[in-house]
Design a protein around this ligand. Structure first.
Ligand SMILES: Nc1ncnc2c1ncn2[C@@H]1O[C@H](COP(=O)(O)OP(=O)(O)OP(=O)(O)O)[C@@H](O)[C@H]1O
Length: 255
């Protein structure tokens, strides 16, 4: 039986005179892929930034497993099992692919400086585990051959996969993907759809997605919330959303 993992109620975000998000509510179940779509400027990224701890919402309640997380900084939100990728891939571009995955684990595990300096057995063990984990994810993403390359020199599609690996290596309960198909070619988009399906199946992770590529959204999502002018206009399964006249109007009305 699935249960509600993320719950967002009455979320509002104001930037000066602009109400970018206006009374948004939705929930994401622990076994679900939930997408937020809508025309440019609808408020999707702002919702993401509030949920991920990058913005402090003006009003609203956001809970993970019943625990309030609104207003928490992003690193604390990550400890609650909620991590994200960005519209423009954000990696440590001068570090190698492998180092990016090791850093992600250190940021998350928070090992003590003393144990690191003294290289205690426990510290060495955790280093070995981190390395094994990184190798596992490099294999899973099909990028092991690039392990020692600077992340900034990878092909764009591989950078996106590395960014997802960097999230997954912290064993999140909710993975937030911000336009993961942007900049990918058609084959890479198909691979991405398979990857999202596989992550959900094999790692029990729920996915919250913002995406403009309708074929990916319709193919991968269990439910979709459509936003326009900061407000949700409908939430439903792909077939309901695809044929909803309000959704068609919102998109046709776009410049
Ligand atoms: N930091 C900010 N300061 C002021 N206004 C902002 C800020 N971030 C977003 N906005 C405004 O809030 C509104 C919603 O923007 P948002 O980026 O959330 O939309 P979006 O649906 O993600 O759009 P896109 O699909 O283009 O990414 C827009 O009018 C935008 O200009």
């Amino acid at each position: 039986m699935s249960k509600v993992l993320l719950q967002v109620s009455d979320l509002t975000m104001r930037f000066g005179g602009l109400l970018a998000v206006d009374g948004v509510q939705f929930d994401v179940h622990d076994d679900e892929v939930f997408a937020i779509i809508g025309p440019n400027g609808a408020g999707k990224t702002t919702v993401f930034n509030c949920v991920g701890g990058f913005y402090k919402p003006t009003t609203g309640v956001i809970t993970m497993d019943g625990k309030p997380i609104h207003g928490m900084p992003s690193h604390k939100v990550a400890r609650e099992g909620l991590v994200r990728t960005f519209q423009n891939v954000r990696l440590f571009k001068n570090l190698t692919v492998l180092e990016n995955l090791l850093v992600a684990q250190h940021q998350h595990i928070n090992t003590s400086l003393a144990s690191g300096l003294l290289k205690t057995p426990a510290f060495r063990r955790s280093e070995e585990e981190a390395l094994a984990n990184a190798a596992k994810w490099l294999d899973f993403m099909g990028i092991r051959e690039y392990a020692n390359r600077e992340a900034g020199n990878l092909a764009y599609g591989h950078q996106r996969r590395l960014e997802i690996a960097r999230c997954m290596i912290t064993r999140p309960r909710l993975l937030m993907l911000d336009e993961p198909a942007a900049g990918l070619n058609p084959q890479e988009k198909r691979d991405l759809q398979q990857l999202i399906d596989q992550l959900r199946r094999e790692f029990d992770v729920a996915v919250l997605l913002i995406e403009h590529d309708m074929s990916l959204v319709m193919g991968v999502s269990d439910r979709i919330m459509v936003m326009e002018h900061g407000r949700p206009i409908t939430t439903g399964v792909p077939d309901e959303v695809r044929t909803d006249p309000r959704v068609i109007k919102a998109y046709l009305g776009e410049d």
